[in-house]
Design a protein around this ligand. Sequence first.
Ligand code: 7TS
Length: 411
Amino acid sequence: MTTASPVLDVQRIRADFPILSTTVHGKPLVYLDNAASMQMPRQVIDRFVRYQSEEHANVHRGVHHLSQTATMAYEGARETVRAFINAASVKEVIFTRGATEGINLVMHAWGRSNVKAGDEIIVSTLEHHSNIVPWQMLCEDTGAKLRVIPINDAGELDMAAFQALLNAKSKLVAVNHVSNALGTINPVADIIKLAHQAGAMVLVDGAQAAPHLPIDVQGLGADFYVFSGHKLCGPTGIGILYGKQALLEAMKPFQGGGDMIRSVTFEKTTYNDLPYKFEAGTPAIAAAIALGSAIDYISAIGMDKIAAHEHMLLERATRLVGGLKGVRLIGTAKAKAAVLSFEVEGVHPHDVGTILDGEGIAVRAGHHCAQPLMDRLGVPATARASFAFYNTPAEVDALVRGIQAVQEIFA
Ligand code: 7TS
């Protein structure tokens, strides 16, 4: 059985992740639910613990030593994120609770001032609920209309239909960079160009792209770009909203409170500079610092090598799982990140997930928070294996054996 990777020393990398050498139901853990959340290497866990044990105080407040140390580490993490996504300035990098909060921030702080009755917001059939529901809420409150980019049966956006949707009423296009349910990599650079030609803003949901592809927000020309730390080897409760400086400057705050103000009287409050204007209250300091450490860890491996290794895993999984009789792959786009959604004939995806769990194999079974996509594909749910750079070809093979075990039980 091949376990080697031509591009990465995966065994050395795996040794950094304590959870990857644990067992589940007496079997070695095969963790293939990375699209839901990735695991953390010891370096990131240690950074989190070191901050809490030696450096913790509130940020942007104290003259005392610890507060200054914490502030420097927190702002250092912001600079790490800026470089990672190639933003022009740290003023454009807002710490949020995650991708979901980033989208909701834009919906409230940009949407409520810029979208009115008769305007149109364009999303795609591939969206996660977090990039659908906030826009529906905005439409409900403003009288704007939600328009949807259709897909083909392979799970690719219909770009001709997208162009036909664009018109003078289009205010915002909100699309994901990579689909969480199918793995489709969307042509976001083209989408942004076309949207801008029509005068629309673009929000890119990069929750599934940031862990797998190099991100260049300036190169893309994105107006807003969001992602979550926990899908990127970081902790939960932290994420990033990137926004172009001029847009963020023009926007009203999202939440009011400490840190986001310059001066407060009962008559009038003036707001702080970017990025603090959008960071009301004490932030998730330890999580932000650990996210910076996660980005350092990933960057040291190299995004190009990560993408090449994961592509190899995806090809192997596509060939071997797709080659099983009675298994149908769902989502066969030409450009894909390492996500494999599938159906085992005659077996509900939840049963597939439960039986695989018994073998120590963690996959997600369900609608993947993409119910409109499931409806379009005519399935209630799928089983989904999603790979990370620490997964091995041997784990792909374990998945194949696990699916065969499912088929034997239901034969
Ligand atoms: N957008 C996409 C494309 C996602 O995949 C997810 C989470 C989110 C937004 C929301 O991220 P959060 O961190 O704010 O919750 N996707 C998944 C998934 O595929 N399985 O579990 C969560």
